[in-house]
Ligand binder design. Structure first.
Ligand code: HSE
Length: 302
């Protein structure tokens, strides 16, 4: 018996909700395969593909998918079961698209399904976050939650994993451009100041609150006016060559808003149609190209 699961890439932070907002896109993503192995005991990672010239560890305790699945099996009292996992990476690491989160989310869903789905998607969240923590050292669910449950998710508390799915306005589309620059989340977190000026905090709170209101009221113009990151983007954008020109390209073509996807270097732009998202994405790619940076474009509903 075998279970094959697709876990989508995600855009975390969404400009206004550092560590607390994220949404899933329909591709790229990771594929995880889980199957029983009656000939041996315990979890094993038998195959990892799609990593190019990079290597990911196959040791269960060092791999995001392995740790997530192992903690789930221990919780269910099934750690003795012989289970083989395959991890097929279908997206780049260090891309700001939640690569490690997708592997962790896919692994727990695949193993849970193999065991007859004893837990709900929501209760798998904790195990996925434990897995993702192996990759970036911090406990935040803004990539894992949307990869697991889809759509846009808001995290009231990363400690208690109080996670809520938000409504998605009709027609909302995203262009995500992944430039060939690698940024490790750890490094992109290390550049951040630990304090915020009160005036910036007020602007950011206004943006977040009105973004959430816009989602609930289907108000795309308000959503556009809300998509400003006063705190994180100014500190991280220098890690992304050409960022200001890429953002300018997106906004001048009619995007509702544009910012860094997760810890970067991918950049996303929200748009009110798929047609516009395609044109905006191409403009963003052209701007990267003008800086000598090649890139990949994904256009997706949310
Ligand atoms: N919220 C996280 C960050 C997402 O921006 O650092 C990347 O894991």
């Amino acid at each position: 018996q075998e279970v094959r699961v697709f876990a989508p890439a995600t855009v975390a932070n969404v400009a206004v909700g550092f560590d607390i907002l994220g949404f899933a896109i329909n591709r790229p993503g990771d594929e995880i395969v889980a199957r029983f192995n009656p000939d041996r005991k315990g979890l094993r990672i038998t195959k990892i593909t799609g990593t190019g010239d990079k290597k990911l560890p196959t040791e269960v305790e060092q791999n995001t998918a392995g740790v997530a699945a192992q903690r789930l099996l221990e919780h269910l009292g099934k750690a003795e079961l012989g289970i083989d996992l395959e991890v097929h990476k279908r997206m780049p690491f260090g891309s700001g698209l939640g690569s490690s989160a997708a592997s962790a989310a896919g692994a727990v869903v695949a193993v849970n399904e193999l065991l007859g789905a004893p837990l709900s998607r929501e209760s798998l969240l904790y195990f996925s976050v434990l897995g993702e923590q192996v990759a970036d050292g911090s406990f935040h669910a803004d990539n894992v939650a949307p990869s697991l449950v889809g759509g846009i998710t808001l995290i009231r508390s990363n400690e208690s994993l109080d996670v809520h799915k938000l409504p998605v306005p009709d027609g909302l589309r995203v262009a995500v451009v992944h430039p060939e620059i690698e940024i490790l989340t750890r490094d992109a977190r290390a550049v951040l100041s630990k304090t915020i000026e009160l005036s910036l905090a007020i602007q950011q709170m206004g943006s977040l609150a009105s973004f959430i209101t816009a989602l609930h009221t289907n108000d795309l113009p308000l959503l556009g006016r809300s998509l400003h990151d006063y705190v994180i983007e100014p500190q991280r954008k220098q890690l992304i060559k050409g960022f200001d020109d890429v953002k300018e390209a997106a906004m001048s073509r009619g995007a509702l808003g544009c910012s860094i996807s997760g810890a970067g270097p991918s950049v996303f732009a929200l748009c009110d149609s798929g047609y516009l998202a395609q044109a905006v994405g191409q403009g963003m790619q052209d701007a990267f190209t003008a800086h000598g940076v090649s890139s990949q474009l994904y256009v997706s509903p949310i």
